[in-house]
Each structure stands twice: as structure tokens, then as C-alpha cells.
Ligand binder design. Structure first.
Ligand code: BES
Ligand code: MN
Ligand code: MN
Length: 481
């Protein structure tokens, strides 16, 4: 379609929408967002100013204050039974509005904790001082996940104020997602009755673009390990001993390099055994999503992409498992040069998993393999961290259809299903413990710099999200009848 054709298509579509019966609701929410957008932004900025880094104990106060703020905002918006529920770690903020037990219940999950901001020197503006540039809000947590879960709080405020609530709503906003949600499973298990719902909605994923709305229909699982390679019993003078003793940093590098073969397949025996292969038709559908290799390369500043032979980039980041080194260190890394043969070298390694891989099994395979390939000259220790299971969310459910309709209303285009590369381990757990499926109603972009310096979230994404959510509730209630 040419730009001209696209424009006239959009105009025709707008006229059509104007004439149909949903126009009134759409216009009403649009007007509300328009009238309140400055306040919606100001409140989000306030939320973003809290440094809620769950990984770093130095920010404990910041994390706890964020929970207080979220609870207050839920109360202000009209939620009942708002509670800051303590856990062995950071608390979970709960709130609900039950308008009619015979109506369906939507459980909103999100996280108020954020990733560490470092390397802090690479931020153009301070990570906890939200700044708008070019229509985007720059701040740690803007897209992941404060800006996204807060859309639900504001959409709820609208539905309460304007008497438009179509479903019962429950909120569960946690503070430990970025460190593995270790205490959430315990909370879910102990609160099964309170958390009873018909569907879980999570806005913590990406869409392709504002022009190409999409819905993620799967998340990868995660195995995460830390490895420690020990050579001599102390750091040595690299001149006196170098050449006679294995250097653990060299050995570790070689071991890591051997984990991918020449086709960039993962060379751990049994690693692919349980991988669910997609049919040709499914792969074809997946690859129909708009994707511009050049734009992707340019955005990342790389000359060429890399990955498993025989698969496209969309497949490599969506339906294929991967192994990445997240960090590697050892020996002298301070100023200047110190001649030393280190005693130890370390790495943190993550593996993204796809259906039907299992994180415990993969961690075990990794450990066995890594210990086996270690030469006698070193000792190897593999320490498992948190894990999570992969999920695929249904596209034939009422909830998915409601999300599709709501997005089509606000974006004038039917969203396409995609597979997300990231992980939200709680999704598989919710399904197992509560028997409830999830809809991943994400409004971020992959290029929002999640977990990187200069994280950002588009103002338009934020406001469009607030517009879409009440429509989701409305359609979900209607389709549930
Ligand atoms: N929101 C992300 C996950 C995500 C991002 C899914 C983009 C799909 C698209 C979440 O906060 C996250 O970062 N999860 C971690 C896993 C967790 C166990 C630390 C991840 O994916 O690394
Ligand atoms: Mn997140
Ligand atoms: Mn994250």
C-alpha cells in the first residue's frame, strides 16, 4: 500500500468506526485521556522517581516507598481492600473492585521493581529523573514495568469514575520480578481464593510498533547459572609462573566458546531434545510479521546479525532456545596494567528456553556438560540461580479475542500474534497454581532499552494503552456472556 492509499484507508476505516456502535465508548475514553493526560504523565513521573531497584539492598527504602505509592494510587483510583502484603522479600501490592460476583474477573499483574541503572555514566539524563525527549519518557522502569502497569491503574480510575467497569478487577503488583519472583509463588499458593479470576492480564511485553500493533503469544523460559573456574590456589606473578600453569580465564573463555558449534547451535548434549518444532505453516505465519533487518542492525550499531543457522531473526528470538554470557570476569580489571595470572575466573550464563524444555533439566544438562569439558588443570563449580518455564498463550480464547478487538479499535489495525523473547516466569506458574491463562497486552517496544541505559517509553504508547484497557474489559465481559 502506498502512503496515500494507507492514509485514505485509515480515513475510511475511521468513518466506518464512527458509524458503528462502539464509537461512543471509544470517544468517551479518548476524551477522558485527553482531558487528564498531563496528570497521568505527572503521576507516572512521580512513580518513576522512586529508585525501586530490587537487586541492590542499597535501594531497600526506595523499593518499599514505591509499594506505598502504588497502594495509595490504587486507593485513590477506587480500589477496595488495598493491602501491602509482606513476603520474605519485597511486598506485593494487592487491591480489588468486585462490582458483581456474576461478572468475569480480570486479574492485573505487574511489577513495581526495576533493574539496576548501571552503567550509570551511559545515561544521557539521570535514570530516576524522568525526562521527555522526542515524545518519549526516559527513565529506568519507564517501559519495564512502571509505565505499563500504571496504565491499568489509570484505566481503572476512568472505569470507576465514569461508571464503565464491565468486569471485576484485581490488582497484584509485585516488587521482585527483576530478581526472579522467589516469593510470589508462595503468595499465590497461600492466596488462591483471593486471586481467583477468569483471566490474567499483563502489560510487560512489547508490540512491533504503533503502526503495527501486535500481541505476544508466548514467552521463553530461563535457566541461569554462575560458573567459577579455579586454577592455582592464589594469584600468581604472570612472568614467574606464566606458561607453566593453566590460566583459568583462558580456560573459561575456551569452555564458553565451545558451547556453540560452527552453526551456532548449542553444543550441550541433549539440549534440544524437548524443543517443540513448529510446523512449516506456523513458521511461515510467524515470519509474516513486519521486520526490517537493516533498521534492526542500524538501531543496534552492528554490521551483521548472528544466530543459529537455518532460522530467521524472528525465529531466533522467539521460538528457538539460546545461550548467552551475561557477564565474565576474573583477574585484574583495575586501572593500568598488573601482571597477574589469576587464581579464578567467573561467568554468569543464561539460557532462554522454549516449549517443551524444562529449566531444571536444562540446568542439570549444563552443569554435567560444563563439568565434563573442564580440563584437569582447573576445578569448576556451577551454581544454579532462578529459573522459569516457557509458555504459549492461547489465541482462540475469549480474552485473546477481546484484546484483539480492543487493540483494533485504538490502532485501527488488527494486531498480529508474535512470540516474545523475554521471560515472565510467573505466567507458567499462574497457569499451574491457579489454572488461569494470561493475555500479554504489552505496549512497549523492543527498542525501548529495557535493562539498558536510557530506557524509554513512548508517551503515545502510554496513552494508547490507557485507552485500550477499558475496551478490553468491555469486550471481555461481552464475549463472556
Ligand atoms: N518485562 C520483562 C520481560 C519481557 C520483556 C518479556 C520484553 C517480553 C518482552 C521482565 O521484566 C524481565 O526482564 N524478565 C526477566 C526474567 C526475570 C526472571 C529476571 C528476563 O526476561 O530476563
Ligand atoms: Mn518486566
Ligand atoms: Mn525486566
Amino acid at each position: 500500500m502506498s502512503e496515500e492509499e494507507r492514509k485514505s484507508y485509515i480515513i475510511c476505516k475511521n468513518i466506518f468506526h464512527y458509524l458503528c456502535k462502539n464509537t461512543f465508548e471509544m470517544q468517551k475514553i479518548k476524551d477522558y485521556v485527553e482531558a487528564n493526560k498531563d496528570r497521568f504523565l505527572e503521576e507516572l513521573f512521580e512513580l518513576l522517581r522512586f529508585p525501586s531497584v530490587s537487586a541492590d539492598p542499597q535501594y531497600k527504602e526506595g523499593v518499599l516507598n514505591t509499594a506505598e505509592f502504588v497502594a495509595q494510587k490504587l486507593k485513590d483510583a477506587g480500589a477496595d481492600k488495598v493491602e501491602i502484603c509482606p513476603t520474605a522479600g519485597y511486598p506485593i501490592v494487592y487491591g480489588e473492585k468486585i462490582i458483581d460476583p456474576s461478572l468475569p474477573t480480570v486479574l492485573v499483574y505487574g511489577h513495581y521493581d526495576v533493574q539496576p541503572a548501571d552503567p550509570i555514566e551511559l545515561w544521557e539524563t539521570p535514570p530516576f529523573e524522568p525526562t521527555v525527549r522526542d515524545g518519549k519518557i526516559y527513565a529506568r522502569g519507564s517501559a519495564d514495568d512502571k509505565g505499563q502497569f500504571y496504565m491499568h491503574v489509570k484505566a481503572f480510575e476512568y472505569m470507576m469514575k465514569e461508571n464503565e467497569l464491565a468486569c471485576n478487577v484485581k490488582f497484584m503488583i509485585e516488587g521482585e520480578e527483576e530478581v526472579g519472583s522467589a516469593n510470589l509463588g508462595i503468595f499465590v499458593n497461600a492466596n488462591k481464593e483471593r486471586l481467583k479470576a477468569d483471566v490474567i492480564v499483563i502489560s510487560d511485553t512489547s508490540m512491533i510498533s504503533l503502526e503495527n500493533p501486535s500481541l505476544e503469544t508466548g514467552l521463553r523460559g530461563l535457566s541461569y547459572v554462575e560458573v567459577e573456574v579455579t586454577g592455582p590456589n592464589r594469584d600468581l606473578h604472570s612472568g614467574v609462573y606464566g606458561g607453566a600453569v593453566a590460566n583459568p580465564a583462558t580456560i573459561l573463555s575456551k569452555m564458553i566458546a565451545s558451547l556453540h558449534d560452527e552453526n551456532n547451535h548449542i553444543a550441550i548434549p541433549g539440549f534440544y531434545d524437548d524443543v517443540l518444532e513448529l510446523t512449516e505453516a506456523e513458521r511461515k505465519a510467524l515470519n509474516e510479521a513486519p521486520f526490517d533487518v537493516q533498521e534492526y542492525e542500524q538501531d543496534l550499531g552492528v554490521q551483521e546479525l548472528w544466530g543459529e543457522k537455518g532460522f530467521t531473526t524472528i525465529e531466533r528470538t522467539g521460538i528457538r532456545p539460546t545461550l548467552e554470557v551475561n557477564g565474565i570476569w576474573g583477574g585484574y580489571i583495575g586501572e593500568g596494567a598488573k601482571t597477574v595470572l589469576p587464581s579464578k575466573a567467573f561467568a554468569k550464563i543464561s539460557m532462554r528456553l522454549v516449549p517443551n524444555q524444562n529449566s531444571e533439566r536444562i540446568t542439570k544438562l549444563f552443569k554435567e556438560h560444563f563439568e565434563k569439558i573442564a580440563p584437569k588443570s582447573v576445578k569448576v563449580e556451577v551454581k544454579p540461580h532462578h529459573g522459569g518455564e516457557p509458555v504459549v498463550t492461547p489465541t482462540d480464547s475469549i480474552a485473546y479475542k477481546a484484546a484483539e478487538k480492543a487493540l483494533e479499535d485504538t490502532f485501527n489495525k488488527k494486531p498480529i500474534p508474535t512470540r516474545g523473547g523475554g521471560s515472565i516466569p510467573i505466567v507458567a506458574l499462574f497457569e499451574k497454581e491457579l489454572g488461569i491463562k494470561t493475555v500479554l497486552l504489552g505496549f512497549g517496544l523492543d527498542s525501548d532499552n529495557l535493562h539498558s541505559p536510557n530506557e524509554k517509553y513512548g508517551i503515545e504508547n502510554y496513552l494508547k494503552g490507557i485507552e485500550t484497557i477499558p475496551l478490553f474489559h468491555k469486550y471481555y465481559a461481552e464475549l463472556s456472556k
